[in-house]
Design a protein around this ligand. Structure first.
Ligand code: 3HC
Length: 311
């Protein structure tokens, strides 16, 4: 019985087809998907905070409207991803509880502060740019609900990345102070955006299995390389420099030589000791508590509706 189910699962993965919620799947496949998809959803929701910080201070109505739309998109991405995770048997309440009690991971990148408006450009260009590199392959993830959620998310991410690029281009071509503000933001966000792709391949405990199950299609380092390759020409158009003096194309290895990434910083942020970890979680906890009355009202209304339908 079990051997047949395993064989059927293996055949679907082998044939590059989709595993759907009602299909049998190994417990470890379910577990790693709940892990990755819930962390991805948490990242989207926490990711609303660094940018939300500038909605009331955007330099023009146009920029305010664009930023509001982007932050709203992130909330929607969180919704799609929590819903995808729920098809694997974990509840929304459980995932929320894990996040607000600091037991859940979310992307390291959102634990950094956003001190200037130029950060909105650097986040759009670098963080959403990295997210696109990482998420386009996820559109082909073997788990159906996850891959399908990614298709819509990737379409919206490209708008996020372009608006960030445009903010930086405007600042870079502005006054010397504006140019410097853009360069400072790129200097602060460049290395943390490379860390979004995860630890080096030889220190990535989940990669081998995730690639065997066709959840992860490319390794952490492969996607990091692809991202840097995307940034170099765009930085030239922006008239900004990437803060790595050792960055150069290596014709022999056909890859980018770069300075060593500061993995101590990465591990510190993952351990909850980043610049803004505590603030991000506290804000999310407060929002959950402040929103309790809305959930209660919605539940009471749904109960009344159900009672009326039964009457
Ligand atoms: N931040 C936090 N934790 C990270 C991390 C990061 N940047 N990179 C790796 N980790 C964690 C992993 O979760 C894993 O811990 P766990 O086993 O407890 O979950 C550990 O470090 C080892 O890393 P692995 O490479 O073995 O883990 P994965 O195979 O899961 O690869 C990943 C990590 C590439 C981030 C993968 O999980 C992934 O592709 N996730 C989905 C995409 C995602 O979450 N992107 C970041 C969100 S940013 C975003 O989308 C918002 C955008 O709209 C602005």
């Amino acid at each position: 019985e079990l051997a047949e189910a395993q064989a059927a699962f293996d055949a679907i993965i082998e044939a590059d087809q989709r595993i759907e919620p009602r299909d049998w799947m190994p417990d470890a496949y379910r577990k790693t998907l709940i892990r990755q998809i819930s962390q991805h959803a948490h990242s989207e929701i926490i990711g609303m905070q660094p940018e939300g910080n500038w909605i009331s201070r955007a330099p023009s109505l146009k920029r305010k409207a664009i930023l509001m739309a982007k932050v709203q998109d992130e909330a929607g991405h969180g919704l799609y991803l929590y819903s995808a995770a729920q098809t694997l048997g974990i509840s929304r309440d459980e995932m929320t509880e894990q996040l607000i009690t600091s037991r859940a991971r979310y992307s390291s990148i959102f634990n950094y502060p956003t001190p200037t408006w130029a950060d909105m450009g650097a986040i759009g260009w670098l963080v959403d740019g990295a997210a696109i590199c990482n998420q386009v392959p996820l559109c082909r993830a073997s788990y159906g609900p996850y891959g399908r959620a990614m298709v819509r998310i990737c379409k919206e991410e490209s708008f996020h990345q372009r608006q960030g690029f445009e903010i930086l281009l405007e600042l870079s071509n502005g006054t010397p102070e504006q140019h410097q503000m853009a360069q400072d933001a790129v200097n602060r966000w460049y290395w943390p955006s490379l860390m979004m792709f995860g630890p080096p391949d030889d220190e990535s405990p989940n990669s081998a299995q995730s690639m065997a199950w066709k959840i992860k299609r490319f390794s952490n380092d492969e996607l990091r390389q692809r991202f840097v390759g995307m940034l170099v020409p765009q930085a030239e158009v922006l008239g900004l420099t990437l803060p790595d003096p050792n960055l150069r194309w290596n014709e022999e290895t056909k890859s980018w030589d770069m300075s060593e990434i500061d993995w101590t910083e990465f591990n510190e942020v993952l351990a909850g000791r980043g610049p803004a970890n505590a603030q991000r979680i506290q804000h999310r906890r407060d929002a959950h508590e402040d929103g309790a009355w809305v959930r209660e009202a919605a539940a009471a209304y749904a109960e009344k509706q159900a009672a009326r339908a039964r009457a």
